[in-house]
Design a binder for this molecule. Structure first.
Ligand SMILES: [Zn+2]
Length: 269
């Protein structure tokens, strides 16, 4: 699955998508979904569909795992080096050629959002508790992928990504979004001061754990920002911390372990 010719011959129907992909409907001509731990070749503690090179996993295995996801969605998937900022990169024909080549890069650069109007170039966002957001305008044919963690939510990365979609030709009335699995508000315990700090910027993040301690609900904050822009959104509301089918950075850290990263992926078919 490494030549551009192979990619060009892929013409996947929904039924062909891998069982490890939680599909999201972002409209006709858009393939989108969220990966789980299932599939791939990585051993413990990254077992098994680890898509990040920042986890200590071997690059060759991550490349094979990414190729599997690319086969599921019908195109190679570009990832950024995520830095908890709000930079959104726009990828064009040159980047598509680069990612379709046998020497595909591992990163499109430092950013926490990617947008493209190119078909045949998937966009991916790596997460293991942070919120993955996929955006699409299926009419103007523009897609985006966004990494929205605690710092990104405070910095307005979701708003920046919506703006980048519009700048790339999307229309506000045709935008759609899908929010994927992340740590939920009942699980993401934080100090009082941190809850105050984040919820002062995005009030919808204010939450309390099941034990009654301060928490942040990042998915709620992301959904609120998308709603503020009038973007209809579907939410795959599985909690990474409690779901063994998903990678969770916090769960691994508590256990004194490292872990892998799953992805949200979107591509113009
Ligand atoms: Zn939870």
């Amino acid at each position: 699955m490494t030549s551009s010719a192979t990619w060009a011959q892929e013409a996947l129907l929904p039924a062909d998508l891998g069982a490890g992909l939680l599909r999201a409907d972002l409209g006709p001509g858009v393939v989108a979904g969220f990966t789980t731990r299932h599939g791939g070749v990585s051993p413990a503690p990254w077992s098994s569909l680890d898509l990040a090179t920042s986890t200590g996993d071997e690059e060759a295995r991550v490349r094979r795992n990414r190729e599997q996801v690319g086969a599921w969605v019908g195109a190679p998937v570009a990832f950024a080096t995520q830095v908890h900022g709000r930079t959104v990169l726009s990828l064009g024909a040159a980047e598509r050629a680069e990612w379709q080549s046998v020497a595909a890069p591992l990163s499109a650069g430092e950013a926490d959002g990617l947008v493209t109007a190119e078909s045949g170039l998937g966009l991916g966002v790596l997460v293991a508790d942070c919120v993955p957001v996929l955006l699409a305008d299926p009419v103007a044919r523009v897609v985006g992928a966004v990494h929205a963690g605690r710092r990104g939510v405070v910095l307005g990365v979701v708003d920046r990504a919506v703006e980048a979609m519009l700048a790339r030709g999307a229309r506000a009335s045709d935008l759609r979004a899908a929010v994927g699995p992340a740590v939920c508000g009942a699980c993401y315990e934080v100090p009082h001061a941190l809850r105050d700090e984040v919820s002062a910027v995005v009030p919808e993040t204010w939450a309390t754990t099941d034990a009654g301690t301060p928490a942040l609900d990042l998915p709620a904050g992301v959904l609120a920002r998308l709603a503020a822009h009038g973007v209809p959104t579907t939410h795959v509301s599985r909690c990474t911390l409690t779901d063994p089918d998903l990678f969770s950075h916090r769960r691994a850290t508590v256990a004194g372990e490292v872990t892998g990263r799953q992805a949200g992926v979107v591509v113009l078919a």
